[in-house]
Design a protein around this ligand. Structure first.
Ligand SMILES: [Zn+2]
Length: 195
């Protein structure tokens, strides 16, 4: 996990949004390889092991494939230039190396990626039952299957993206209350949270 990502993390518990305190054990360069994150409000502790941040009750790693190529998801999410973070949820995170080449200078966060995605070398891996990220903090979110069809995850994507920026999903179109659609075709949609 990138050490700087700590600034954008929140406790996943249902209380007011709170920062987490990092107690690193092993840090290599800018990556935390092992350690603990603690919530000062509810006192929950979360473990970082082999670089992966483990929140509780994460779904099993997805087995579904993705129809979204790195090219397609990068152009749909519409990143214009370096800086900030792009969140890849589920199967699309498998192509993070290609996304990193297409979006230089954008840090990648893989949430609940396929099992073979390992933390490090340009991607921070998180396993969680929601996006443990601060509201309005990310430059884009890509939701693969089954997350792109699940209103809980669509709501989370809409919550964490910066105002006016995009969420891309694989699956049925989300409700207008969650996402204002810009386009939808062949089971892939793109839009922004309604203002
Ligand atoms: Zn908490």
């Amino acid at each position: 996990m990138f050490i700087e990502l700590t600034d954008h993390l929140r406790c996943p518990a249902e209380h007011e949004e709170a920062f987490l305190v990092l107690l690193p054990d092993v840090v290599e360069g800018r990556c935390v390889r092992s350690g603990t994150l603690g919530c000062p409000i509810c006192d929950r502790r979360f473990t970082i092991a082999e670089g992966v941040l483990h929140m509780r009750d994460a779904p099993a790693p997805p087995l579904a494939a993705t129809a979204l190529s790195a090219d397609a998801l990068t152009s749909l999410v519409g990143l214009g230039g370096p800086g900030g973070y792009l969140v890849l949820v589920g199967p699309p995170a498998a192509s993070w190396r290609d996304v990193a080449e297409l979006a230089p200078g954008v840090a990648l966060v893989a949430v609940n990626p396929p099992d073979e995605v390992r933390d490090g070398g340009g991607v921070s891996v998180v396993r969680a039952r929601r996006l443990p990220l601060k509201t309005s903090s990310m430059r884009g979110v890509v939701l693969g299957q089954p997350f792109g069809t699940d209103p809980h995850w669509v709501r989370e994507g809409a919550r964490v993206v910066l105002p006016g920026l995009r969420v891309v999903g694989e699956g049925a179109d989300p409700a207008p209350a969650l996402i204002q659609l810009m386009a939808s075709a062949d089971g892939v949609w793109v839009g922004s949270p309604p203002r």
